[in-house]
Design a protein around this ligand. Structure first.
Ligand SMILES: *[C@@H]1O[C@H](CO)[C@@H](O)[C@H](O)[C@H]1NC(C)=O
Ligand SMILES: *[C@@H]1O[C@H](CO)[C@@H](O)[C@H](O)[C@H]1NC(C)=O
Length: 606
């Protein structure tokens, strides 16, 4: 930022402060507000187009909350516990390696800048850039999902001018209105709220905290149900209306939407010292803690949860993929974010981790059984008449699981979990390398071994697996199917051939690299990056692709979700950065790759 901009900013802040104090003095203090809010500036108009004043046509703090909480569950108190080191102790790097690493890092940065430039030019302030035709699309409330989701990436990639331009623009976002009737509470929390909190943690730009509070106050209305359990979707206009019909929680909400708002609301509570945000998610956790052993597979939570009756006992489908993923991911991460002071998350993690290991992780049947012994995948399970059956189907979304076990293995000093983390990560690396485009598809099936220790190749067993999905009868038909589909040996079916620019595989490779320091992860990451860029690049950015089983690939589609810049390219950039950049001993990532500062640091600073 230039000095002149800075001075303008100072004047603007003084003006804003005077206005803000006047505004707050002239209005009664809300009993549910802690003193912190007195420092927060809310303005109805942007006084000066070049200043970072926060805009809001509606003050969400004044929105009704019919089911008031009588007593807030308190934030855990005390000094954060000290944790074992997560990161490998990296020693100095030979210069040949530095050159290669920096060359790769700049290639990632260039790829980011290409998409970002197009976003600025063609989609500024919109939710998404359409990467094929250079238009824009709104898909997440229309408040600029890509803009907010990318803030911390801009900071981390050192694009500071762009960062401050983006801050200026996000200051003007009006969370008082949207063209959408309803918003997804989960997506809005992980992308927008997580994006603001992380960018604030990194930059200390006050306006980002103001935006986090404006949005947090709206999202808090999702907890306005008789038992204060969160809604899946918030109806925006009725949430402002004191006479609107009261909301009930859902008798059928997915586990991910129910239980993975914890990190963002806890972080917001930590920064603002406002206990209600923590209370909101601590209530959900208390239910999980109480009911974890009442499910059909004690330790695991089903995809579907009855949030009205607080009942988890009926669901018979279990997964660590879509609809569940981040709720498991947040157990060890919440332990870190709370400085180890809340035992519920450790208990939730330990019971779920051992049951995922027991029922869902499987070794693939591969021609090279030595290679097979180094890999694990994670499938779905269902319960029928007390019988638990594994569906050996792996989703790209589930690839975060290697990093989850790796990180938790370090946080809880569990060598077995570290080993699982490495093998699960290796599974996704293998799946990338096996496909004609070098990219793992969205969902595939693969033959599972009965035994993780010995599993010699059995062509008949593999062919049986292929038949189950292809309905081929004769040997010739089967051979033709395998050839037409370009099915690598071991894989039985590619259920969903798309690649949606998702981050989970590189996320785990990045975490395992930081944990182990093994250089081969850098080469795997580079292979993934080059394959993805080759397959997805468009003239304006990068687009999701319809079929990763084709090489050369078909034209990318006209869709680039905000996580491409927020997550995928951030993890690629970080793995090729010096390992103390966003160290896992100082930061913990939310499920949208937004790093939150871990609490130990506040202690050493103070
Ligand atoms: C749930 O079951 C596990 C395994 O049997 C046990 O270790 C744990 O203490 C139980 N949790 C509760 C809350 O009863
Ligand atoms: C190979 O798999 C088939 C089908 O599952 C099975 O009948 C056969 O016994 C297996 N062969 C060996 C050597 O395990």
């Amino acid at each position: 930022m230039t000095p002149r901009r800075k001075r303008n900013l100072t004047y603007a802040f003084i003006a804003a402060a005077i206005f803000g104090l006047y505004y707050l003095w002239s209005s009664p203090i809300d009993p549910y507000n802690v003193p912190f809010h007195r420092h927060v500036l809310w303005m109805n108009d942007r006084a000066n187009a070049n200043s970072y004043t926060s805009k809001a046509s509606y003050d969400w703090r004044k929105a009704p909350f019919q089911h008031k909480v009588k007593q807030y569950m308190p934030m855990p108190k005390g000094l954060p516990k000290s944790f074992p080191a997560v990161q490998h102790k990296f020693t100095s790097e030979p210069s040949s390696l530095t050159n290669k690493r920096e060359m790769r890092r700049m290639a990632v940065r260039d790829e980011f800048v290409r998409s970002w430039k197009s976003y600025k030019q063609y989609a500024w302030g919109k939710d998404e850039l359409s990467p094929v035709d250079g238009r824009a699309a709104d898909s997440f409330g229309g408040w600029g999902a890509t803009l907010v989701d990318s803030l911390d990436s801009l900071w981390i990639l050192g694009l500071k001018d762009d960062f401050y331009k983006a801050v200026e623009e996000v200051a003007a976002i009006d969370f008082g209105k949207t063209d959408s009737t309803t918003i997804s509470v989960f997506e809005t929390t992980i992308r927008y709220l997580g994006g603001f909190l992380s960018a604030y943690d990194l930059s200390n730009e006050k306006v980002l905290l103001e935006k986090a509070i404006q949005l947090g106050e709206m999202l808090y209305r999702a907890f306005d149900t008789p038992n204060n359990m969160p809604l899946d979707r918030l109806l925006v206009e009725p949430a402002k209306d004191p006479n609107a019909a009261p909301n009930a929680a859902s008798v059928n909400i997915c586990f991910a939407a129910f239980a993975s708002l914890t990190m963002e609301f806890t972080k917001l509570a930590q920064i603002t010292q406002e206990p209600k945000y923590y209370d909101a998610v601590a209530r959900v956790t208390a239910i999980l803690d109480r009911t974890q052993n009442t499910t059909r597979i004690p330790g695991l939570f089903p995809i579907s949860i009855d949030a009205v009756n607080e009942d988890v006992s009926f669901g018979s489908q279990f997964t660590v993929g879509a609809l569940a993923d981040s709720s498991y991911e947040y157990f060890p991460k919440m332990h870190a974010l709370l400085g180890g002071l809340e035992p519920a998350y450790e208990n939730l993690w330990k019971s779920s981790a051992s049951m995922i290991d027991k029922h869902m992780l499987f070794r693939p049947l591969l021609p090279d059984s030595k290679r097979g012994s180094e890999l694990l995948f994670c499938g779905d399970v269902s319960v029928n008449d007390e019988k638990i059956s594994l569906q050996p189907e792996m989703q790209h979304l589930t690839c975060f699981i290697g990093g989850m076990y790796g990180l938790a293995g370090r946080l809880f000093s569990n060598e077995h979990h570290l080993d699982l983390g490495a093998k699960l990560t290796e599974g996704c690396i293998y799946a990338y390398k096996s496909m004609p485009s070098g990219i793992m598809p969205e969902i595939f099936n693969i033959a599972a071994c009965d035994d993780r220790h010995t599993c010699p190749w059995n062509e008949t067993a593999w062919e049986e697996g292929v038949r189950r999905y292809s309905y081929t009868r004769t040997e010739a038909d089967l051979k033709k199917f395998v050839a037409d589909e370009k099915l690598p040996q071991g894989f039985t079916y590619i259920r969903d051939k798309r690649y949606l620019l998702r981050p989970e595989a590189i996320e785990s490779v990045f975490i395992m690299y930081r944990i182990t320091g093994y250089e081969e992860y850098l080469d795997h990451a580079w292979d993934m990056f080059t394959s993805i860029v080759e397959t997805t690049r468009t003239s304006f950015g990068n687009g999701q692709v319809f079929n990763v089983m084709k090489n050369p690939p078909a034209m990318p589609e006209n869709k680039m979700e905000s996580f491409w810049l927020a997550e995928t390219l951030k993890y690629f950039y970080l793995i090729f950065s010096p390992p103390d950049m966003i160290s896992l001993d100082e930061w913990v990532f939310n499920t949208e790759a937004h790093p939150f500062r871990r609490p130990g640091l506040y202690k050493t600073k103070g």
